[in-house]
Design a protein around this ligand. Structure first.
Ligand code: PHE
Ligand code: 6NA
Ligand code: ZN
Ligand code: ZN
Length: 476
């Protein structure tokens, strides 16, 4: 038999062990770890009601499945606001400005009766997907970030550039105890951040008509938000002698006026202009011809779908409508809540004025509940470290994807971090395909096992890519 030299057998054994380690971490652990995380129902029901038992259980899970992180003498772990986590990974070169990765543990409610193909907290695998609330919002990032760090620690990795990991427990109720207290703690320590990466936009594939190939949109800003409460009071009475209009009817008309009179098309007046300038070369004919007229392009191509219309204007979402006590009693009171996501070129005050002028009915009381202006626009030019290192990492893992700046249409915990960093980005490399908009906060939220593994690799690579002193020079 041909004899192999000893050194070759040794090398092959080492290679085999390495491949097994990667396979173990990314093939077996990946689906198992995300699955166990999704099964814990860390639901934020309202600003005053959270499943704190599940949040405690989630804390125990993290300590169990990431032993390297929690036993490491390098990584400092702190609980903040009772159920949020702040991890500090000190670098060997303290003069390098640190960065921060954010994700959130909590999820919105989910009811299987709404039409789920698998129970929303089962993490059941169907056709290569893991189904469950939180799989794309945002446990894929929580577990992806930690699994990447765990794996780096297993390899004896120590960073040169320090970094933080912030895992909020109340992002879905806008982060009052989690992110707000993490920021307070970091501010008290004088921390400034080179960049922050939070959840947000995705890799959009096949959802923008005319866009050839997948595009990763890095959120360089996020829309503002306004929530208003509309209410109508009328005298109660017997339903056998009803007035011309009930409180429900008056309120319904007001709500209909808001829905029918959409906010103005402002496409091209915000960061979305840069999005489509960066992507213009990836549009086929005749879209490229139309793109020279951004208003026409937005009207013909983007306004038709809820997810792309969100790039065009301030959006109007009637989310709650309550009234009536009994079928034979005229309702004394009707109320509705409307949630607006404000385009970058409008202000909260402008939107509130528009709301009142659109309703224009003295019988409808309009109360401001909460809101904030659109966020500042982070830089994304050639020498901006954060944006370029995220872009590079996307290309490392997804070479076929075009990267462009974008406007995050939802809101994230990162809005609390504006005093710690000028460069805040909202992006996670989840694939976003036709129909997926209905899965966010909706039914059949899911992630493919392959995509989750890519997400682990993305953070694994990002931590290493961020470990350089300066951006590599321009490609010669
Ligand atoms: N991310 C959620 C919850 C949220 C609301 C408001 C501010 C921040 C976060 C949303 O966009 O609706
Ligand atoms: C659209 C991405 C941001 C959504 C933030 C959230 O609902 O948690
Ligand atoms: Zn959410
Ligand atoms: Zn989220």
């Amino acid at each position: 038999m041909l004899r192999y030299p000893g050194w070759l057998l040794g090398y092959l054994w080492w290679l085999l062990k390495g491949c097994y380690a990667v396979a173990r971490v990314f093939l077996v652990d990946a689906r198992v770890l995300l699955g166990v995380a999704v099964k814990i129902p860390t639901v934020s029901f309202s600003a005053s009601e959270q499943n704190t038992t599940a949040l405690k259980e989630f804390d125990q899970l993290l300590r169990r499945v990431f032993p390297k992180i929690f036993s490491s003498s390098l990584v400092q772990h702190e609980m903040v606001g009772n159920y949020s986590h702040l991890l500090t990974v000190p670098g060997s070169e303290p003069d390098l400005e640190p960065y921060m990765l954010l994700a959130h543990i909590d999820v919105v409610p989910a009811d299987e009766a709404d039409g789920w193909d698998a129970p929303p907290f089962s993490a059941q695998e169907l056709n290569g997907f893991i189904y469950g609330r939180g799989t794309i919002d945002n446990k894929q990032s929580v577990m992806g970030i930690l699994q990447a760090l765990e794996y780096l620690l297993e390899q004896g990795y120590t960073p040169r550039r320090s970094f933080y990991i912030g895992l909020g427990h109340d992002e879905e109720i806008s982060g009052p105890q989690g992110a707000v207290n993490i920021v307070k703690l970091l501010k008290s320590r004088g921390v400034k951040l080179l960049y922050v990466l939070d959840e947000g936009l995705t890799i959009m594939d096949g959802v923008v008509d005319g866009l050839i190939g997948p595009g990763a949109l890095i959120g360089v800003s996020e829309k503002g938000q306004a929530t208003v409460k509309l209410s109508v009071s009328t005298p109660p009475g017997h339903s056998s002698m009803p007035p011309r209009e009930s409180s429900i009817g008056i309120l319904a008309s007001a709500v209909t006026r808001l829905e029918k009179n959409r906010m103005p098309n402002l496409f091209g007046h915000g960061p979305e202009r840069a999005t489509f300038e960066h992507l213009a070369h990836k549009f086929g004919w005749p879209y490229r011809m139309v793109m020279s007229n951004l208003w026409l392009f937005s009207s013909l191509v983007l306004e038709g779908q809820p997810d792309t219309n969100a790039f065009v204007r301030t959006t109007t979402a009637v989310t709650m409508f309550n009234s009536g006590v009994k079928i034979n009693v005229m309702p004394a009171y009707a109320e509705a809540f409307v949630n607006f996501r404000i385009h970058s070129s409008q202000t909260l005050q402008e939107v509130l004025k528009l709301i009142k002028s659109t309703i224009s009915d003295e019988r409808v009381k309009v109360e401001f509940v909460s809101g904030f202006d659109p966020l500042p626009i982070s830089s994304y030019d050639e020498d901006t470290f954060g944006y370029q290192i995220i872009k590079k990492t996307v290309h490392d893992i997804f070479p076929e994807v075009t990267v462009s700046p974008g406007i995050c249409v939802g809101n994230t915990d990162s809005r609390h971090y504006t005093e710690l960093s000028p460069d805040i980005y909202r992006f996670a490399p989840s694939w976003y395909k036709p129909g997926d908009s209905a899965r966010f906060h909706g039914v059949n939220e899911r992630i493919s096992i392959q995509n989750y593994e890519e997400i682990v690799l993305f953070y694994f690579q990002l931590m290493q890519n961020s470990d350089i002193r300066n951006l590599p020079g321009p490609r010669t």
